[in-house]
Design a protein around this ligand. Structure first.
Ligand code: SAH
Ligand code: SF4
Length: 382
């Protein structure tokens, strides 16, 4: 029975080696299997042709190479793709691909829902159902590679790729991974770590740690741990420069206030001008978007190799905030830029498919089809 088979996706290299050893296979077999799974994207054990037929048959009796099921797939007018993924227990998360000229970014989820309750975030209104497993996290990257036709070695992806746009000059469609989907990655530390080490493995998915970003709302004790055990780029959801306001927007701030958070950032290993921490700052009209806030922000980050990422607030049904006026975002951005920070304003992508954090899932759960269409129509005229 297929459900009795153990999924190989998400096992660390060592765990995979142990499984293969238990089957009596030579150590290099584990390496070959790893290559088929993570470099070639094979999901059919029978297609792993560098392995002997009898070994493949043995493997197929015990294991499978799984993928999350796609409950819904949407493509935005700007090419952004969003998949609502469903796991065997019926739980769902989102995964978003954002194609740009010189890169393709995949936004990956770490939990079903979130225990934190940031006031501007839709995921924060959904109660946490559970942590994702390493296989479910790395599986998002693999599913996206399938759908985009983005595996190396020309192995036909499972199912027809939805891909338009071929990769540029042999480039890849997924060049960057950001842990910015649903959930707080540092509250699912081990699974996120194990998954990201597979994503970064250069004999596996092979996306360099410099191109993987973990975004946290500020789980201070796990920031140092992330530096030591994962070593990817860090993004901090700052959003406010005073504790009073941040307590309200990001309630975790009551536990880990701004000063402690920034101290943890200063100690993050390997920071240089070429390897900076990204500070995310969602622009909320009349709440955190004044020029005084911009000045305080620059002062606060002094001495930390930092990038500032201004995010236009993406409203959702029932949200209590509005996005700042465009001129205000520009003013804010100009100040920050003149102080020496590059401050790209994150272009809203995929608004017509509600591509921001947690929005598709909630929309499909809570809205009628008509409301959903109205909302999409609204977002499209933005
Ligand atoms: N839990 C992590 C990662 C997921 S959220 C974190 O909070 O960092 C990824 C980013 O999207 C965070 O910076 C978050 O603050 C931001 N975000 C959430 N809801 C948003 C919204 N409606 N509009 C704009 N940005 C939002
Ligand atoms: Fe959770 Fe991040 Fe949303 Fe806050 S912003 S509720 S930490 S997913």
């Amino acid at each position: 029975m297929e459900t009795a088979l153990k999924d190989l996706v998400g096992l660390s290299r060592d765990a995979l080696a142990a499984e293969m050893k238990a089957m009596g296979a030579e150590p290099f077999r584990a390496r070959q299997v790893w290559h088929w799974i993570y470099n070639r994207g094979a999901t059919d054990i029978a297609a792993m042709t560098t392995l002997s037929k009898s070994f493949r048959a043995d493997l197929a009796q015990r294991y499978r190479v799984g993928r999350p099921a796609v409950a819904r797939a949407l493509t935005s007018v700007d090419g952004t793709r969003k998949w609502l993924l469903r796991f065997p227990d019926g739980q769902e998360v989102e995964c978003v691909h954002i194609p740009e000229e010189d890169r393709g970014t995949l936004c990956v989820s770490s939990q079903v829902g979130c225990t934190l309750t940031c006031k501007f975030c839709h995921t924060g209104t959904q109660r946490l159902v559970r942590n994702l497993t390493p296989g479910e996290i790395v599986g998002q990257v693999m599913l996206a590679r399938d759908r985009l036709g983005d595996w190396s070695g020309g192995l036909a992806p499972q199912g027809a790729p939805e891909a338009g746009g071929a990769p540029k000059e042999g480039g890849r469609l997924i060049t960057n991974v950001v842990m910015m989907g649903m959930g707080e990655p540092l509250y699912n530390f081990e699974a996120v770590r194990d998954a990201l080490l597979i994503v970064a493995d250069n004999e596996g998915i092979g996306i360099s740690k410099r191109r993987i970003t973990l975004s946290t709302s500020g789980v201070v004790p796990n920031i140092a741990r992330a530096g030591a055990e994962i070593g990817v780029m860090l993004a901090i959801s700052l959003h406010a420069v005073r504790d009073e306001l941040r307590n309200e927007l990001v309630p975790l701030n009551r536990k880990y206030p701004i000063k402690e958070l920034l101290d943890a950032c200063r100690n993050y290993p390997g920071l240089t001008n070429a390897k900076r921490i990204t500070f995310e700052y969602v622009m909320l009209k009349g709440v955190n978007d004044s020029l005084a806030d911009a000045k305080a922000l620059v002062k606060l980050l002094k001495g930390i190799p930092a990038k500032i990422n201004l995010i236009p607030f993406n409203p959702w049904p029932g949200s209590r905030y509005e996005c700042s006026e465009w001129e205000q975002i520009e003013k804010f951005s100009e100040y920050v830029f003149s102080a020496g920070y590059s401050s790209p304003v994150r272009t809203p992508r995929g608004r017509d498919i509600l591509a921001a954090c947690g929005q598709l899932k909630s929309a499909t759960e809570k809205l009628s089809a008509r409301e959903r269409m109205a909302l999409r129509a609204m977002a499209m005229t933005d």
